[in-house]
Design a protein. Sequence first.
Length: 94
Amino acid sequence: MTGGLLIALYLFTLAGFLGLDVIRKVPPTLYGALATCMGATAAIAVAVALPAAGAAGQGATTILSVAAVAVATAGVVGGLLRAKRALRERTDKR
């Protein structure tokens, strides 16, 4: 492994553990707001990944770009569904 790849793998692993720790500390009352924000972040990722997928040549770049678009689109749809459910639950309680 090259030095840069090893550092990138280390940072990715560290970010994963940090993300899990942050998510575990979110109170249940904020799950809806968190899902909505993550959906918005995923929408930005789609906006960035689409041009990259179109401009990609061949090989691994194309595969990774298409995968990024698919995962980000799933995040957008999941965030919207979660927000819709949270809003419906809020109006049902009234």
